[in-house]
Design a protein around this ligand. Sequence first.
Ligand code: KG4
Ligand code: ZN
Length: 357
Amino acid sequence: MSKKPLILGIESSCDETAASLITENEQGIPVVLSNIVSNQEEVHKKFGGVVPELAARSHIEKIDWIVKKAIDESGRKIEEIDAVASTAGPGLIVCLSVGLSFGKAIASAINKPFIAINHLEGHALSPKINTNLDYPYLLLLISGGHSQYLNVQGLGKYKRLGTTIDDALGEAFDKTAKLLGIEFPGGPKIEVFAAKGDPNRYDLPKPIFNKGGCNLSFAGLKTAVLKISKKINTEQEKFDLAASFQKTILEILYKKTIIAFDQFEKANHVKNKIFVIAGGVAANKQIRSMMTNLCEEKNFHSIFPPINLCGDNAAMIAMVGLEKFKLKQFNKLDFPAKPRWSLDENAMFLKGAGVKL
Ligand code: KG4
Ligand code: ZN
């Protein structure tokens, strides 16, 4: 039996401090040996969102014991690690710097290669952990920080088909929740409120619904929710607003996903069409069931990675590290943190006022 690479992955781009050890089995399928994630909900909930300085401080307090725990739980020794992979971007620079510096320090202490990872590449390849999923596949990444449709063609080969031009979907859920008086991160609670409400009570806008291909926009929706939330008083009205919000999101995703399917099919002439839905918002049961039905209708095979690999984690970072290690794609120790780092270098920057679609 040949010695399989052992990779330590470290993630600290936003509000999760995470470390993981990964190797692969005889068939070359990535296998997770440990996957430790510590979130900071308690730190940020009273502020209604992630406070960068507090997040960075919390990463500094936790990173050493999280990495130690990941090594201990893997049953392997630090000397056995073949490379260290840290998220270098995109994300909050003060947060990225913690995991990046820590990863570089370990790599140099054990005299092994260092690999800088794009966080989005981690999400994009995460469905390959523990499975033998083949390229290409279509990915919808919906989390607190990202909302993108990606044509995943192979390691380092990504074509962005669509992205949000303003807020991420999880952010829209969290902001709506905040307006309804729910603590951060309120996204999951919206689903609970929505189950008790009338989805047809409020008519909400669907920004760039009829233009912009499969690009997304949620800022106008949030503004509409803000206006209505000022006028409502009863619990039932809150439930109705949550239900109307969720229904609007479902309608937007339904339409934009059909456009993404079409673009994916034109770019890849494959029989087995795969659609992966990842990121924290993929936990939403209504979104899951709508996407499952849509895939059946359009002859796509739907895949929802396990929730612990959907949200931010270091297993996905170690997984990309493993692929890059096998290709000897190492980085120097002066590799910088990159708060902005697109997966598709050719994709246009589509954020802010003045964006033309
Ligand atoms: O991927 P994730 O765990 O972390 C990052 O954003 O990096 O995603 C967290 C996001 C939050 O905005 C949270 O409110 C949202 O996912 N979320 C949900 C649900 N569960 C988590 N949004 C809607 N419905 C849910 N059930
Ligand atoms: Zn993420």
